[in-house]
Design a protein around this ligand. Structure first.
Ligand code: GLN
Length: 206
């Protein structure tokens, strides 16, 4: 890969994502402005708070350039708030929150319940070899609906008690993927590696 991959560095777990990408052998750089976005071959959108992230994207004039790169097929990987931003529609979001619309999904914000600050589960993720992934959910969304072009990569196991059972929590549509959980928090870089494979594919096919 000649161009580096970026991590949107406006809020959230930026160093953890940079570390995970570097652990996979990629050159990874923070992205805070349009000139930096123009240099990267793919972008990670970390968790944080999607309303704030949406405002910050607008404030630093990254919203339209980012929409444009996504329309042009740039690979992206959103985690938690990043998933919410990439979605076509977010339920229980503020009406003025911007959606990037790169994934044909509807997500529900804070779906695990506002009281449930965090929830952990082992998930089988399509495309990730070597056993289940430990998924850490922090005030996480889940996916309510998926369009026809969207591949479901993981669901909460049906054996989990409560309404989260069976919910879709990882998806992919073409070069864009997203998880409701935080793969940067567990020291397991297999999801970053999956993303980097997309970036390599897209660099190879131009
Ligand atoms: N609840 C946050 C939101 O709605 C997401 C939380 C997270 O990214 N950990 O944006």
């Amino acid at each position: 890969m000649s161009a580096p991959v970026g991590v949107l560095a406006l809020q959230g777990n930026v160093p953890e994502h940079l570390d995970a990408l570097r652990a996979c052998g990629a050159e990874a750089v923070p992205v805070r402005r349009p000139s930096e976005l123009a240099e990267v071959a793919g972008l990670v959108l970390p968790g944080g708070e999607s309303t704030t992230l949406s405002k910050l994207l607008e404030a630093v004039e990254l919203l339209e350039p980012l929409r444009e790169r996504l329309r042009a097929g740039m690979p992206a990987f959103g985690s938690c708030a990043g998933m919410i931003l990439l979605a076509r529609e977010a339920i229980d979001a503020r009406p003025d929150q911007h959606q990037l619309g790169a994934l044909d999904i509807t997500v529900r914000r804070n779906a695990f319940g506002r009281q449930v600050a965090s929830f952990e589960s082992d998930l089988t993720v399509t495309g990730v070899a070597g056993g289940p992934v430990r998924a850490v959910f922090i005030r996480a969304p889940w996916v309510e609906t998926t369009g026809r072009g969207v591949e479901v990569l993981a669901r909460v196991p049906g054996s989990v008690a409560g309404p989260a059972a069976g919910k879709v929590v990882a998806v992919r549509q073409g070069p864009v993927m997203a998880t409701a959980f935080h793969p940067e928090q567990t020291g397991d870089a297999r999801l970053h590696d999956l993303f980097l494979r997309r970036v390599r594919d897209s660099v190879a096919t131009g």
